[in-house]
Design a protein around this ligand. Structure first.
Ligand code: ZN
Length: 157
């Protein structure tokens, strides 16, 4: 998951951008006088794993302050040949962050991106050697996590 805060934006331009690039499955926009909330879902084939993944974008725009909180989560649909991510979901979130930063730069919006805080950065899987970061909520009962590459559980020391 990646989160972004954008100020001084034209919300309609952002919604158009997301409608065009991230809404092949779902686009819902709710408008009130004080806020605009929106959800976009894009399904794509991750060629690295020959499996589908979904990219979910949430928008929460405060009209009075013209501030927009946006989040993106890429997640595996579980369909296809492999369930493994092999980094393709991180890559999808990176791609999203890059395009959003470019849009903000071109339009002169104030843009700030944040990474989630990882409780366990750079943990090494003893089975396959893959190094990934894990958040506290990813810890399973018994103190293990599921490797994001090979899907085998291991205990984080
Ligand atoms: Zn592994």
């Amino acid at each position: 998951m990646r989160a972004f805060s954008i100020r001084g934006l034209d919300i309609e331009v952002l919604l158009d951008f997301l409608s065009e690039k991230y809404a092949n499955v779902l686009k819902r926009i709710w408008r009130t006088e004080t806020c605009i909330r929106a959800v976009f879902v894009q399904n794509e084939m991750a060629w690295r794993t020959v499996s589908e993944q979904a990219i979910i974008v949430l928008v929460d725009h405060d009209v009075d302050t013209n501030t927009c909180a946006t989040e993106v989560v890429a997640t595996s649909g579980g369909a296809g040949w492999w369930r493994w991510s092999l980094g393709s979901q991180d890559e999808a979130e990176d791609t999203f962050a890059t395009s959003l930063a470019e849009l903000a730069h071109v339009r002169g919006w104030q843009y700030e991106g944040t990474f989630p805080q990882y409780a366990f950065p750079r943990a090494i899987c003893p089975s396959c050697g893959a190094i990934y970061s894990y958040r506290r909520e990813q810890i399973l009962d018994g103190g293990s996590v599921r490797c994001q590459n090979c899907d085998k559980p291991f205990v984080i020391s």
